[in-house]
Write a protein that binds this ligand. Sequence first.
Ligand code: ADP
Ligand code: MG
Length: 265
Amino acid sequence: MSAVLDLKGVTVRRGKSTILDGVDWQVNEGERWVVLGPNGAGKTTLLQILAARSHPTSGTADLLGERLGRVDVFELRPRIGFSSAALADRIPGHERVRDVVLTAAYGVTGRWQEDYEEFDEQRATDLLAAFDVADLSERHYGTLSEGERKRVQIARALMTDPEMLLLDEPAAGLDLAGREELVGALSELATDEASPVLVLVTHHVEEIPPGFTHLLLLGQGTVQAAGPIAEVLTADNLSAAFGIPLMVAHGGGRWLARAARPAAR
Ligand SMILES: Nc1ncnc2c1ncn2[C@@H]1O[C@H](COP(=O)(O)OP(=O)(O)O)[C@@H](O)[C@H]1O
Ligand SMILES: [Mg+2]
């Protein structure tokens, strides 16, 4: 099995602070990873490297067989699907939902006068259907609910048929129904063998969709633990990463965490 992602000693410094410190991480074909950690742990910084949007200060990052620093990132980026709040903010509210997805084929937001192939049109139609937003395809993006927007953003990230899909906190800001719909859609994606390698960033264990296989626990810029979810997601590991005593439960394919306080009398 070839590594889709291979990080060795990845360190990122900004000014005097060390944001990532010696991160070693390997991801293989077919794996679905969750990156979990508290606010400020360095998750977004790590994803920026995986997305070929930023380079490590030291260490090496091999993405899809190419070493960052030696490869033309403009050739690499279309092979990597990426969805984050910062990218979503660039989508114009007046854009038709269908075009939000379609324009990803050209790496732009805002339709101008590109000539789209029938193949691209069909793929956009299929992705909108897969994320249950086909009915909304003629609507303006700005009129969608937050949950609908998140699903459109992920459809957009998949438009170039990437070999790896990176999602930075896709459930942030969703209400319970919106979150559950998103978790369901991501679970379907995770269990589809045709899907690319997935890396999902979150700070809530409740947002881990069934079908995800591996977990990297990040705390203060270092890897606290990494491996199959059931091995890594223990009360001890989670308590250490979040800095408070926590208990963890698992049922129905989902995870739950809460403070390990003694029961009230
Ligand atoms: N460009 C930057 N300059 C200085 N500090 C930064 C920069 N980017 C991020 N940080 C800091 O690095 C830490 C990790 O940030 P981030 O990767 O966004 O964490 P997370 O996504 O896990 O919340 C935070 O303390 C943040 O303030
Ligand atoms: Mg973040």
